[in-house]
Ligand binder design. Structure first.
Ligand SMILES: *Cc1c(COP(=O)(O)O)cnc(C)c1O
Length: 372
């Protein structure tokens, strides 16, 4: 007879026991409880400080009297609406409780123990942890020193035909977006036996000159792919939890529907997402404001000696000259939330989301006062 602790550890699958805890941002009420100061700027989770379209709020309020009913498990209306927007049939779309939900579903649907997954680092934590939870081995390829995508190394790894290639562009946390010619090289090197998960959580922020239609390119191939998008970032609906996958084939979408929770997208969330998607004017305006603030923030940080990676998203990744988590902790005591990075070799880096001008000023102000 072991101790209770041993029994419990044996009860849990080793892949889960060995998993690091996800470095999630701090929710506002938790922040107040722990630090006892007013939060001046919550810049740790890439949320949209302008909030969602007012139509999304209206939709949530109008949906409130129907919450005794289960929602449509397949979110068909929403899939049709988005499908029309991206010119892909609804049966190739799958909705999730945030795109994180779909990342988990993708791994559960594809990975066998011992499988290989390739990603690029610094990386979005769940790209790695979700795969590890399924017993896969994750190879992380670092960005080139100039923050271009490590295409040559990815192509090399692809010759071993991993089960999944997954990375984000614009990259979270680094910020750069993959160039069109680099993207072409990767899709030409892919085998149809590898699922390519292209996480486009920040696609709405990409500037005109860096933008290309990755979806059309993927669609013209015979590869297995999923493009992931979300309502959490540019659409300002992080709290509502809606993301979606656009799939190469209805078979993939069907498999992901089986691998996720059937009612993952609740009725209020579906209504809010549909209304937000219909309001492209609000989206464009808030993206424009955020991008111009990002330029200002980057300039002001450079003036203070902070080196930032090039960003096409709503955040900046920067070297802070000391352990990133400790650096972020000092800022928390001043009411500023950013995310210190917890991944080798980026332990001296942190990520700051672009907030409202006064929030960015509060962050800059905190940098000026003894945070060096
Ligand atoms: C924020 C983010 C997501 C998704 O978030 P959800 O809120 O679950 O939709 C997915 N991928 C990346 C790279 C992100 O940064």
């Amino acid at each position: 007879m072991g101790t209770l602790m041993n029994d419990l550890t044996n009860l849990i699958r080793p892949e889960i026991n060995n998993l690091p805890t996800y470095n999630a941002g701090l929710a506002l009420d938790r922040f107040r409880d722990i630090y006892g100061v007013i939060c001046l700027a919550k810049l740790d989770s890439n949320e949209n400080p302008h909030g969602p379209s007012s139509h999304a709020i209206d939709a949530i309020q109008q949906g409130a009297d129907k919450v005794s009913f289960y929602p449509d498990a397949t979110s068909l209306n929403l899939r049709q609406q988005i499908g029309a927007g991206v010119n892909i049939p609804a049966d190739r779309l799958v909705m999730g409780n945030g795109s994180e939900d779909l990342i988990g579903a993708i791994f559960r649907a594809t990975l066998r123990r011992g499988d290989h997954v390739i990603t690029i680092c610094p990386s979005f934590g769940l790209h790695e942890f979700g795969a590890m939870a399924c017993g896969a081995t994750v190879a992380k390829i670092p960005f080139n020193a100039d923050w271009s995508f490590p295409v040559k190394e990815v192509v090399e790894q692809l010759t071993k035909v991993p089960r999944v290639l997954i990375f984000s562009s614009p990259s979270n946390p680094a910020g750069p977006t993959i160039r069109e010619d680099e993207f072409d090289v990767i899709i030409n090197a892919l085998s149809p036996e590898t699922l390519f998960v292209f996480d486009e959580a920040y696609v709405e922020f990409v500037s005109e000159d860096a933008r290309f239609d990755a979806l059309a390119k993927l669609n013209a191939t015979k590869l297995a792919w999923v493009s992931l998008r979300t309502f959490s970032k540019a659409y300002g609906l992080a709290g509502i939890r809606v993301g979606y996958g656009i799939c190469a084939h209805a078979t993939i979408a069907g498999a992901l529907m089986k691998a996720r929770n059937p009612f993952g997208v609740n009725a209020l969330a579906a209504a809010a997402a549909g209304s937000a998607y219909a309001d492209q004017k609000h989206l464009k305006e808030s993206v424009h404001l955020i991008v111009s603030e990002r330029h200002r923030l980057q300039f002001e940080m450079a003036a203070r000696g902070y080196k930032t990676a090039p960003s096409q998203a709503n955040f900046l990744f920067f070297e802070c000259g000391e352990n990133g988590v400790q650096f972020a902790e000092k800022l928390r005591h001043k009411g500023i939330l950013i995310k210190g990075w917890l991944e080798e070799p980026y332990l001296n880096w942190a990520r700051v989301s672009v907030g409202l001008p006064e929030q960015n000023d509060a962050f800059l102000n905190a940098l000026d006062h003894d945070n060096k």
